[in-house]
Design a protein around this ligand. Structure first.
Ligand code: SF4
Length: 317
């Protein structure tokens, strides 16, 4: 019995992290906002994986979804507009042991942050990037974003958006060294969780486009797709989102798709009538820049000095 042994130690029993371990401040998104579901899914994955909260970092830019780090009881960085990805890459390059979740919106990532988007995908550092795509700038109150469909009325285009919408899936699949692209929806918590879990497990930059409802400014944006499950095509594969009986019952349209098949991934990403959900592309063999930047992090000051001197000696004349 405790107190009678003489060989007791002060070691604490291993901690078990619950959902509460990751719950930060009360989320202040509008009622019904799809962001709540994403937050819950991420907290569940952290719990399932038993990630120590001090080993998790949530990084964001600017926008409604970028309030994400405030609602996680982990480390976080609420950055500048469009700058979530370079901040995340910087964190990963110095602290490869940390698990990074990036929250970025269609305005944040695909407009002002587009340059960083291209290169972060190419760097392929190990992190999960969640694109909250509600096809509108919500924080600045209903402005046209790069993914706003043509014809849709916004405050900046009161007679309807003019240009064809940018497709984040085809764009990302076209970037050099892309290693993971998936799509899911905020209103199906099972699929959302399964897709983000697959993204988390992927070694490299996992890019997940989440069709996200914004009941305040784009209430009807995904209403049809939400009502008619035949508008969605469930992609299944053991290397992607594995077939789960619950999901199979929900979707009549299903397809076995090997995520290594880039040609088919690109064809699926082009589809507009039936939107694919699941993992479109995943190649864990792509080179990762965080493996390069991690070199030398364990060196002592003396090791570093010796290495520097030996480099300088190469130029001795
Ligand atoms: Fe969510 Fe839209 Fe409200 Fe922003 S404006 S918090 S995206 S519902």
């Amino acid at each position: 019995m405790f107190g009678l042994k003489t060989d007791w130690s002060l070691e604490m029993p291993p901690a078990y992290f619950t959902l509460e371990s990751y719950e930060g401040g009360a989320a202040r998104w509008c009622p019904g906002c799809g962001d709540f579901a994403v937050l819950t899914a991420v907290q569940k994955i952290c719990r399932d994986e038993q990630l120590p909260p001090e080993k998790v970092v949530a990084v964001s830019g600017i926008g409604c979804s970028s309030r994400f780090p405030h609602y996680m009881k982990t480390y976080g960085f609420h950055g500048l507009h469009g700058r979530a990805l370079p901040v995340a890459c910087g964190v990963k390059s110095r602290r490869p042991d940390l698990k990074i979740w990036v929250a970025t919106g269609d305005g944040d990532c695909c407009s002002i942050g587009a340059g960083h988007w291209v290169h972060a995908i190419r760097y392929n550092m190990d992190m999960t990037v969640m694109l909250f795509d509600n096809a509108v700038y919500g924080l600045t109150k209903n402005q046209t974003s790069p993914t706003t469909p043509p014809g849709r009325k916004t405050n900046t285009h009161p007679r309807g958006a003019w240009l064809p919408a940018l497709n984040p899936l085809t764009a990302t699949l076209g970037f050099s060294n892309v290693s993971f692209v998936a799509q899911t929806v905020d209103w199906n918590p099972v699929h959302l969780h399964a897709t983000l879990a697959a993204a988390y497990r992927h070694p490299g930059t996992s890019f997940v486009r989440i069709l996200q409802r914004c009941p305040t400014y784009s209430d009807d944006m995904f209403a049809e797709v939400q009502k008619d499950s035949n508008r969605l095509l469930l992609l299944e594969h053991e290397r992607g989102v594995p077939a789960a009986s619950g999901l199979q019952r929900m979707y009549a349209k299903r397809m076995e798709h090997d995520p290594l098949d880039m040609a088919q991934a690109r064809a699926l990403a082009e589809q507009q009538d039936t939107l694919p959900i699941g993992v479109l592309f995943a190649d864990p063999s792509r080179p990762r820049y965080d493996e390069y930047t991690a070199q030398g992090l364990e060196m002592t000051a003396e090791d570093r000095l010796n290495a520097l001197e030996s480099e300088l000696d190469r130029f001795a004349v």
